[in-house]
Design a protein around this ligand. Sequence first.
Ligand SMILES: NC(=O)c1ccc[n+]([C@@H]2O[C@H](COP(=O)([O-])OP(=O)(O)OC[C@H]3O[C@@H](n4cnc5c(N)ncnc54)[C@H](O)[C@@H]3O)[C@@H](O)[C@H]2O)c1
Length: 325
Amino acid sequence: MSKIAVIGGAGYIGSVVSHELRDMGHEVTIFDNFSTGHRRFVKDFDVFEGDIASTEDIHRFFSFYQPEALLHFAAKALVSEGEEKAVSYYRNNTLASMQLFLQAIESGCQRFIFSSTAAVYGIPKSTPIDEGVKLDPVNIYGKTKKSTEDFLFALAEKGLCQVISFRYFNAAGASSRYAVGEDHDPETHLIPNVCNAILQGKNLQIFGNDYQTQDGTCVRDFIHVDDLSRAHCLGLSYLLQDKDAKSQAINLGTTTGYSILEIVSQAKRLFGDFNFEYQDRRAGDPDNLVASNAKAKEILGWVPEHSLESILTSAMAWHKKTTSA
Ligand SMILES: NC(=O)c1ccc[n+]([C@@H]2O[C@H](COP(=O)([O-])OP(=O)(O)OC[C@H]3O[C@@H](n4cnc5c(N)ncnc54)[C@H](O)[C@@H]3O)[C@@H](O)[C@H]2O)c1
C-alpha cells in the first residue's frame, strides 16, 4: 500500500482512478479546486481543496502530505475554448503543472503519471498513431499538454523523476462500479451529448461534415473510462515496483476508429431514433485520431476490454439515472 496523490481527482477520469486505486489498497488523497469536478464523485475521500495555480496551496498540500506517487489529471480540456483563451490554458495546463511537479520533486515525490492527450499528435499522416510519431499539435490545448510532457521528460532525463505520460484518445462511457459518468459544463463530448439528445429530445449537433473521412465526419477512438482507469493502476504499479523503471509516453486507445455518423447509427440501433444537425467545424479538430496501443500492451500488459456498445450503454444508463435523480 502506498500514499498516492490524485490531482484533479474529483473529475470524470480522476475520480474513477481514485476509487480503483483505493480498492487496490492504496491510501488516496485528492487535490482539486472543483472548477469542473464533482463533490458527489469523491464523497468519502480525503480531499484537499486547492488550486494548482496557487503555489501556496501546493506548498501547503505537500507540507502535510508526503505522497510516494502523484497522478495529475487537473487541466482545462476544451479544444475550442483553448483557442479563445490561450493565456489561461498555458497558465493552468503548463505553468501551474510545472510548479506542481517541481514542488512534488522538492518534497521527495518523484513518481508521476500525467494525463496527456492524442491532441499532442496534431494531424497524423496515417493511423493508427504510435508513440514514435513526431508530436505536432495543431491546437492550444494539445500544445499546452506537449509543453508539460517535454518538461517532464527533461526532468526524467536528469534522473529527477520517473514519468508515465498517458496520451488518451477519447475517454467515454460510465463506470457503473463507481457511479461516475461524464458531466462537463459545457458538455462538448460526443457520447454524453448523444445521451442528452435522446433523453431530452434535442437535436445532436455534429460539427463539420467535410472532413477527409469515409462519411465526412470526424473519426475518433473511444476508450471506456474503466479501461483507462485500469491502465493507470498498471502504470502506477510499473513505477512503484522498480526504482529504475524507464519513463514512458503511452497511448491509451482501442485501435478502432468510429466516425461520428457511425456512433449516431449505433446509438439509434441501441436506443431508438433521434435527430441531429450539422454545424460548422470547430477550430482545432483533426480529421482522424486512432491509437496504436501496442506499447501499452507490451509495457503494461494492458488491453482494452470494453466495446463501443458497452461505452454507449453504460453512458446511457448513467445519464438516465442522473437525469431522473
Ligand atoms: N476526457 C477525455 O476524453 C480526455 C482525453 C484526453 C485527455 N484528457 C485529459 O485527462 C484529464 C482529465 O480529464 P477529465 O475529462 O476527467 O476532465 P474533468 O474536467 O472532469 O477533470 C479535471 C479535474 O481537474 C480539476 N482541476 C482543473 N483545474 C484545476 C486546478 N487549477 N487546480 C485544481 N484542480 C483543477 C477539476 O475541478 C476536475 O475535477 C485532463 O488533464 C484532460 O486534459 C481527457
